[in-house]
Design a protein around this ligand. Structure first.
Ligand SMILES: *Cc1c(COP(=O)(O)O)cnc(C)c1O
Length: 418
């Protein structure tokens, strides 16, 4: 691929401007890598742990050590990491069903949670499917303020209204596919302290896309539980599937009873040969997350200079790996996604087209050319075909491949609009 002089020059300018930003990202990656390595040493990680187990999975030292290491690195008392958690949604559902009982209230304090959770939360008028609502768990939420900030007065009012019935205060760290800012671990700590001063509820954080972006995770700042997907940040691009839950010993125990069964908890669960990739992926994760952040920052610079509104800006602190670019028209959004696809290592020859996706009102276009199906720590982009035609994109296993795909996307866009 030969890029035009305009793209080459803009990329060179971007990299010059980004040098201090990249340096800061490398430093976060170094400190997080050091924490991972210290933990591997403390837990005496060795070859025998990678052998894995079959059947019941009793005495699987590698699987158990991986859980202890996640707990250690994330500043939690306990954790489990399992390949048979099918995605982030199941990991979060496991936590919600593990902690909430009939009559309890789940209070979401960062607005409506991620789309896929709405059916988990359920709807009292549509019982029968085994949602939280079906089991008599009530749901309430505190929207974010107009500027995206946390509505502490609103949280206070809802905690007073529902009193001791609130069992879970739910926080979503990343913007996900919403138009809102991402929270830092420190900001989440502030919400956790505020809630705990007024309530005995568990503070649960959907930590998807946030791991290793900051120097510490929300559990190190007072959250009771964090939960996420292994085909995002903590799998480092190597985990083939899975999820994790980390938090206080009691909360993790309750979640483990939901994962397997009461009384069995974490004693069972064959790792079926996934352990080595989990250890290797978690080892790579701080570095890979930095690669994804660099790719996002490069895109922020380039597309801002091509005249588009971007969020976050190239020099803003990033607490997740998501970047948005507002194209303002469907042609721009589609050209961008086609460029990302063409710059991917897998399925680069296919052309993404907008399609009707179940659960969405508008057509959605998606670009993903990944080694692990749907792994969004690898470079992917998508956006609904409706104004303001925003592309959400994330990932990049290596900065070099991310840079190439971003240049392809810029090239595709310039050809389309000229
Ligand atoms: C990815 C994600 C989830 C879970 O999605 P899955 O596709 O089920 O893995 C939940 N919340 C947020 C904010 C996410 O980004």
């Amino acid at each position: 691929m030969e890029f035009s002089d305009r793209i080459l020059q803009l990329t060179a300018e971007a990299e010059a401007a980004l040098a201090p930003v990249f340096k800061e990202m490398d430093e976060v990656a170094y400190r997080n890598s050091a924490r991972v390595l210290d933990s591997y040493r403390r837990h005496r990680v060795s070859e025998t742990m990678f052998a894995g187990s079959t059947g019941y999975g009793y005495g699987d030292t590698g699987r158990d050590a991986m859980g202890d290491i996640y707990a250690d690195v994330f500043g939690a008392e306990a954790a489990f990491v399992r390949h048979n958690i099918v995605n982030g949604t199941q990991a979060i559902a496991t936590v919600l069903f593990g902690l909430l009982r009939p009559g309890d209230v789940m209070l979401a304090v960062t607005g409506r949670p991620y789309d896929t959770l709405s059916q988990v939360i359920g709807d009292k008028t549509k019982n029968g499917d085994g949602s939280l609502a079906d089991f008599g768990v009530d749901y309430d939420e505190v929207p974010l303020l107009a500027d995206g900030g946390i509505d502490f007065d609103g949280i206070d009012a809802k905690l007073k209204e529902h009193g001791a019935r609130v069992k879970v205060v739910f926080i979503q760290r990343s913007k996900g596919y919403a138009n809102r800012p991402t929270l830092s671990s420190e900001e989440i700590g502030e919400i956790a302290r505020f809630s705990k001063a007024r309530s005995g509820a568990y503070v649960v954080v959907d930590n998807c896309y946030g791991e290793f972006c900051d120097d510490s995770e929300p559990t190190a700042h007072g959250a009771d539980v964090i939960v996420g997907s292994l085909i995002k940040n903590p799998g480092g691009g190597l985990a083939a599937s899975g999820g994790y839950v980390a938090g206080t010993a009691r909360a993790v125990e309750l979640c483990s009873y939901r994962l397997t069964s009461v009384g069995i908890g974490l004693e069972c669960g064959a790792s079926l040969g996934q352990t080595r990739d989990f250890f290797r992926g978690f080892f790579f994760a701080p570095h890979v997350v930095a690669q994804a952040k660099k790719t996002a920052a490069l895109a922020a610079y380039i597309f801002e200079h091509l005249g588009y509104e971007v969020e976050p800006k190239y020099d803003e602190r990033r607490h997740d790996i998501i970047q948005t670019v507002k194209f303002g028209n469907p042609e721009g959004l589609c050209a961008f996604c086609r460029g990302i696809q063409a710059g991917s290592p897998v399925d680069a020859f296919v052309t993404p087209e907008p399609w009707e996706m179940p659960g969405y009102d508008d057509k959605v276009i998606m670009a993903a050319g990944t080694f692990i199906q749907g792994a969004s720590i690898e470079l992917s982009a998508d956006g609904p075909l409706r104004p303001p035609y925003t592309a959400f994109f994330q990932g990049g296993l290596t900065y070099e491949s991310g840079k190439y795909a971003i240049m392809m996307a810029a090239d595709s866009l310039l050809k389309e609009i000229s």
